[in-house]
Design a protein around this ligand. Sequence first.
Ligand code: GMT
Length: 383
Amino acid sequence: MNIGITVYPTYGGSGIVGSELGRELALRGHNVHFIASALPTRLTELNERVHFHEVEMMSYPLFEHQPYDLALATKMATVARSENLDLLHVHYAIPHSISAILARESIKQKRYVPVITTLHGTDITLVGADRSYLPITRYGLQQSDGVTAVSKFLKQATIETFDFDEIEVIPNFISPDLYRREEGSPICRDLSPNGEKLLVHVSNFRAVKRPIDCVEILAKVREKGGDVHLVMVGDGPELSAVRHRAKQLEVFDQTIFVGKQAKIADYLAVADVFLLPSEEESFGLAALEAQACEVPVIATRIGGIPEVVNDGETGFLSNIGDIEKMSDDALKFVKDDELRRVFGLRGRELAIARYSSEKIIPQYIDFYEKVLSQSAKKQRQNA
Ligand code: GMT
């Protein structure tokens, strides 16, 4: 198949999933055309099966704001025709599905190119659910030829908010070869020079991730006798507040801010405990990646996290903001090597059994084929 994929190319779970999906599809012989405003972060290699088409923004004195949605739609339509795309697969509904629908409609006299929208989370729970965006998000869902969601939780949230239920759940995935344990690497020696245990958090430091809770947990674990460092991977709006709180709690010297990283796996591979204290998480891709690296997860019992983390088996779940319990749970892993090992092994086992690329990518391919045959049938009926 010739597949067009659109993602937000910057830091964010949906961009990672879309990019890795493209890479996996290309490995299986499909031609993938990324259509985005920049090369997606995790897309490190272009080759004869993986192509990148940059959305060029048009500037004109009349435009106070450059019309990205239209520039994207224009590029999608152009690439769909020039590369003979079979379908357009967009990640994150706003505005990608609207742009794709516009592209599809603008060229349908020549050929009908179906649009598949994958919902990731805040496109439904925050942005799409906002009263001002709700009607256009619903329109994007209704007009897509196929819609997938990354968790059962997100499907249910979409049904409740948008009264729209034609959604296939295709969960996020990991490549077990890319995410695996690797102790004793140079990174590990830098982060833990005296053998301190490593708590690791990875996010885009938005308020919904509650990154400040991570330094609160660090302070409590240390207070309770845990010899730990906290590694904060990523960047975003809450970063300066996190730094400030770390100083207030006198744990700044034990907190290592490494910024955005192209290879998150390097940090997860040496982590001892992964922290994800979010107040919203439709799936929690970083928790899955951590589990694949045999790292037990301390997270909140919200959204899709219980679908990914088995409480008491691959990690421990708590209520939002329950720093006391999260730090007690983290301390258990810090103090007990065997507990950490058992939870870690089980985490990798479940991550591979439920969410390996071998299992999930065929589900996307089957879904593409289903949508293509349904839309071909519809086109024949309308002819
Ligand atoms: O919240 C983020 O980090 C970014 C956001 C995105 O769409 O880029 O992530 C969402 O999609 C990820 C991949 O499917 C999920 O793992 C995250 O749980 C989800 N974030 C939220 O629901 C807050």
